[in-house]
Design a protein around this ligand. Structure first.
Ligand code: FMN
Length: 244
């Protein structure tokens, strides 16, 4: 019988089966985010973004997955707001941890956030990384055809090409496993879920719709973002656009 990978994963990540993690062995805390290597673009400050008052109960009830979008552009203020909601940093304890608008196991915040710009006012089409500590964007690649590449990587889910932007979360596992060993892999997926839910709710609050996407080719998505799939791998994707 084929080995059950899921059951095996749960078994091997039980506390009793874990190796001593790097932190307990005295290894240094890895960086809180990946270094910035390219040109950056300032985003409107989160403190300047104003949104209409909204009722959380109504927003939660109204949320659904949206796969059809108007052809409007999202503006930088709205983008800045969404990024702040999904990974915005409230406090940094230098070299130790950051505290953000989403929870994370041990405040490890092992996610990186990329956006694929398709119709963002003031941004060329292409791939950008959200620099959470600093609240700005790093240009990864300008590419007019990028949304078609993302659609292909998302197993040809056509609605992706209609979106104004696509959010791609990656995980840097060592940032988490440094403290928790292989059990940390469980937490990466949980953290991604929290962030995506904030994307759903914050988008809903400004008239945008979201569809979470987990049906993607790992190889194609990692290659598109320019990551190796091991030390950093794409964990979750979402399409976002103004509701019709
Ligand atoms: C982990 C996860 C993966 C998903 N992957 C996809 C996907 O690849 N394509 C898609 O169209 N919808 C995807 N969805 C959206 C679900 O189909 C949707 O949440 C579900 O049908 C319930 O509908 P609702 O979100 O409108 O309540 C995904 C949702 C989750 C939570």
């Amino acid at each position: 019988m084929k080995e059950n990978i899921g059951v095996d994963f749960l078994e091997r990540t039980k506390y009793r089966n874990l190796d001593v993690p790097a932190q307990s062995l005295g290894y240094p805390n890895p960086p809180l985010q990946k270094p910035v290597k390219n040109q950056t673009i300032e985003l409107p400050s989160p403190s300047l973004i104003s949104i209409e008052d909204c009722n959380v109960r109504e927003i939660i009830e109204a949320r659904s997955s949206v796969r059809s979008y108007s052809d409007e552009h999202i503006n930088l203020e709205e983008l800045s707001y969404l990024l702040w909601c999904i990974q915005g940093v409230k406090k940094v304890v230098s070299g130790i941890a950051s505290f953000r608008n989403v929870p994370s196991a041990g405040a490890r915040h092992a996610l990186e956030t990329y956006i694929i710009s398709n119709r963002v006012q003031g941004l060329d089409k292409g791939i950008y990384r959200f620099i959470a500590i600093g609240h700005k964007l790093e240009v990864i690649e300008i590419d007019n055809n990028v949304v078609r590449e993302v659609k292909k990587a998302c197993l040809n889910q056509e609605f992706v090409t209609e979106s104004a932007l696509v959010v791609v979360w990656s995980a840097v596992p060592y940032r988490m496993t440094w403290r928790y060993g292989d059990r940390g892999y469980r937490y990466l997926f949980l953290d991604a879920g929290h962030s995506c839910q904030n994307l759903y709710l914050s988008s809903e609050s400004i008239g945008y719709g979201v569809c979470a996407i987990a049906a993607f080719s790992d190889e194609n998505m990692n290659e598109l973002i320019g990551i190796d799939g091991k030390d950093e791998f794409v964990i979750y994707v979402s399409a976002v656009g103004k509701k019709n």
